[in-house]
Design a protein around this ligand. Structure first.
Ligand SMILES: Nc1ncnc2c1ncn2[C@@H]1O[C@H](COP(=O)(O)OP(=O)(O)OP(=O)(O)O)[C@@H](O)[C@H]1O
Length: 199
């Protein structure tokens, strides 16, 4: 079974084609990255894979689930690091991770996941005071809940300084996921979004 397939996947917003006839196959064990300028349609593609917005036309599967009609199963099976991190200023780091674990019906130890992204020392602190890199690591810990077969990382290192970007890549390697980098199939431009599977 392929990790991701799409068949002529398209999304229009009004008159504008954000994604047009995308045929994509990501196999198990493969790392797949999108490179493209701002507005190229990377996040729209990822969002369609997660169930919203629905495609204007075309179809696809994620881990065998139909992306339009089985999006709940898709979201419970994969790990996602969203572009905006999805962290809440008033919740502690541990509560974020516990929420992710419970949402997926997993049984990880929240403190183990925080240790994997080097946030064990701040488990009881609220995320409002975290730096960008800490928020991103917290989002990665949430994505790792349930040990998913597929990780979707939207803009893994955007907003981070060179050290922070290097650190995120190193952490994603350490936690058992091959870092995006040299094996990408690239299109054009600079901005990065990608899918990443356990090595
Ligand atoms: N909900 C929406 N309503 C209208 N237009 C949208 C919506 N979401 C995205 N777009 C448009 O679709 C196009 C693709 O946007 P998208 O966010 O997918 O690009 P991207 O490649 O992820 O860009 P970036 O690198 O800036 O994150 C853009 O022109 C954007 O303005």
């Amino acid at each position: 079974m392929d990790a991701i397939t799409t068949n002529s996947l398209s999304r229009r917003f009004g008159d504008m084609n954000a994604v047009e006839s995308l045929d994509l196959t990501v196999q198990k064990g493969e790392i797949y990255g999108f490179l493209g300028p701002n507005g190229a349609g990377k996040s729209t593609t990822i969002n369609m894979l997660l169930g919203f917005p629905p495609p204007s036309s075309g179809s696809g599967t994620v881990l065998g689930y139909d992306l339009e009609h089985e999006s709940v199963a898709v979201r419970q099976s994969i790990g996602v690091l969203p572009e905006d991190f999805g962290v809440y200023g008033r919740l502690t780091a541990r509560k974020h991770v516990r929420f992710a674990i419970e949402t997926k019906g997993a049984n990880d130890d929240p403190d183990d996941l925080l240790a994997r992204v080097e946030l064990a020392d701040v488990a009881d602190r609220t995320a409002g005071g975290f730096s960008t890199g800490m928020k991103q690591r917290l989002a990665l810990a949430m994505a790792l809940a349930g040990n998913p077969d597929l990780l979707i990382l939207d803009e893994l290192s955007s907003g981070l300084d060179p050290n922070g970007a290097r650190e995120m890549r190193a952490i994603s390697r350490e936690v058992g996921y091959t870092s995006p980098g040299r094996t990408l199939r690239t299109r054009f431009g600079r901005s990065y979004s990608g899918f990443c599977r356990p090595s």
